[in-house]
Design a protein around this ligand. Structure first.
Ligand SMILES: *Cc1c(COP(=O)(O)O)cnc(C)c1O
Length: 482
């Protein structure tokens, strides 16, 4: 697009925005977007043909786009807006901090008050083995930090040959070089020469996918055993750490059997390997506890966090460091040659402090555990009776359901659609068009609503989902896929 044309479009958007708060020139924004904005994980030619959706406002669990359509945000933005949209107290805390001290680094023997307060508060909320926090700007940076930190830990202990980090297929740990390498997404590894050296992947504890012929608990032990197999294959003296999400998020809300994490913990203890919980999604109440690992029988040495720590209002991530690693770094390590300009950013930390205050004061974590989480489970159990749904699972405020061609008597004998039909994407389209945001991972439809979603709003969301499942069913039948 010619530059002068771009300038005209940009000017028209600005003037529209300024004159009437609610009127947006959607087409102009879409054209500018297509001309200049490269989006994450996006086929740009396809997006340009379709036209991007322009989000303009949020309040509570609802979003509005530039055409005035209201949507229920079943995905909390991207697993992060835990306290919902429109929280004035967070914007005020951010504003106050910006007025006082918008930035200072924490490199050269300096610190800032919100970062210190937040570090102390996070340690107080975390399980008792944690003592320190390393701040980053995102979840990916947190996991990159973890790779460097666990390797440095073993260096300090004189076991530099311990370099290998074991992760899982279909895990999501971010999109930087180390984050994407830790992740087990084949599509990401296919681009850019990943994974980096020293990362290994084992199978995921996905009962529906891999548990044929086993009880759920028996499968949990089998899947944990894959870790021991890999440790022995690599050599126990070469393994630094094992990393996993307590519940896999982007992989499709994969909830492991109850036996899985306790057995993984036992194996890590047996070989002295560090256990890392990626709590970027599961942390800050998502599963009905401050940290998902507390519910899963894990005793991690390190926790990566981001997303829900600020409810996404301002970017922030970090690593909670347990005493085992912190002691080595602090007492014996000397310089740890790693850090970011924005490590401990005062504005982000101020947003996080206010966000944590809201989570505490409104007892949102208890509500997820005792009221809204069970209500979401009941709603999804009910949705599982729909002819298009094979099975549904939930844990706290995450849930998923599988679209199938024919239902079965168990999760293992449903008849699936041909993956090439992308039925999940068809379903997601109906959801979006009818005012509910749900994500498709293959043919698994998932939600992770804001933790403030009330029981009434859950019912409203579930009713919209059911209507859209009906539309998808009619659509799939008319295409002759069923
Ligand atoms: C989103 C996510 C990340 C990456 O966080 P970014 O802030 O996008 O870098 C890492 N791990 C998990 C489990 C995530 O869901």
């Amino acid at each position: 697009m010619a530059t002068d044309e771009t300038a005209v479009l940009a000017a028209s958007i600005t003037s529209l925005n300024a004159s009437t708060a609610e009127a947006f020139d959607t087409r102009a924004i879409q054209e500018l977007d297509a001309a200049h904005f490269l989006h994450p994980f996006t086929d740009h030619a396809a997006l340009r043909d379709k036209g991007v959706r322009v989000m303009v406002r949020g309040q509570g669990v609802h979003l509005w786009d530039s055409e005035g359509q209201q949507l229920i945000d079943g995905m909390s933005g991207l697993w992060c807006v835990n306290v919902g949209y429109g929280r004035t107290s967070i914007s005020q805390a951010v504003y106050r901090q910006m007025e006082t001290l918008p930035f200072y680094n924490s490199f050269f023997n300096t610190t800032n008050v919100p970062a210190v307060q937040l570090a102390a508060e996070l340690v107080a909320l975390a399980p008792p083995q944690f003592s320190h926090v390393f701040f980053t700007g995102s979840g990916s940076e947190a996991n990159d930090t973890i790779v460097r930190m666990v390797r440095r830990y073993w260096d300090i202990l004189g076991q530099s040959e311990r370099q290998v980090v074991i992760s899982r297929q279909n895990a999501y740990h971010g999109s930087t070089m180390a984050g994407a390498s830790l992740g087990g997404m084949a599509g990401m590894h296919a681009q850019g020469g990943l994974p980096i050296p020293g990362i290994r992947h084992i199978g995921q504890p996905n009962y529906a996918e891999h548990g044929h012929g086993l009880s759920e608990n028996a499968f949990g032990l089998v899947a944990a055993g894959w870790l021991e197999d890999e440790i022995l294959a690599v050599g126990a003296d070469k393994v630094a750490a094992f990393i996993g999400e307590p519940v896999q998020g982007a992989g499709g809300v994969i909830i492991p059997p109850p036996t899985y994490w306790p057995e993984v913990q036992r194996i890590c203890d047996k070989y002295g390997i560090l256990l890392v919980a990626d709590e970027v999604i599961c942390g800050f109440g998502r599963l009905g506890a401050w940290f998902g690992s507390e519910l899963m029988g894990m005793r991690p040495d390190l926790i990566s966090f981001a997303k829900g720590v600020t409810s996404g209002y301002v970017p922030l991530g970090g690593v909670l460091v347990g005493k085992r690693v912190a002691h080595a770094l602090v007492e014996k390590g000397g310089d740890f040659n790693h850090g970011f300009t924005y490590s401990g950013h005062p504005v982000a930390c101020a947003a996080a402090l206010e966000n944590l205050r809201i989570l505490r004061e409104e007892r949102l974590i208890e509500k997820v555990a005792l009221e809204t989480g069970p209500h979401l489970k009941a709603a999804f159990t009910e949705l599982a009776t729909h002819p298009l749904v094979g099975h549904a699972e939930s844990c706290g405020m995450v849930a998923g359901l599988n679209l199938v061609r024919a239902k079965g008597t168990s999760v293992h004998d449903c008849v699936r659609f041909d993956p090439a039909l992308h039925v999940g994407m068809v379903c997601r389209g109906h959801m979006f068009d009818n005012g509910v945001i749900m994500r498709a991972v293959g043919d698994r439809m998932i939600v992770a609503p804001p933790l403030v979603m009330t029981k009434t709003e859950i019912d409203e969301m579930a009713a919209r989902i059911r209507d859209c499942l009906d539309l998808t069913l009619a659509d799939v039948r008319s295409r002759g896929w069923m």
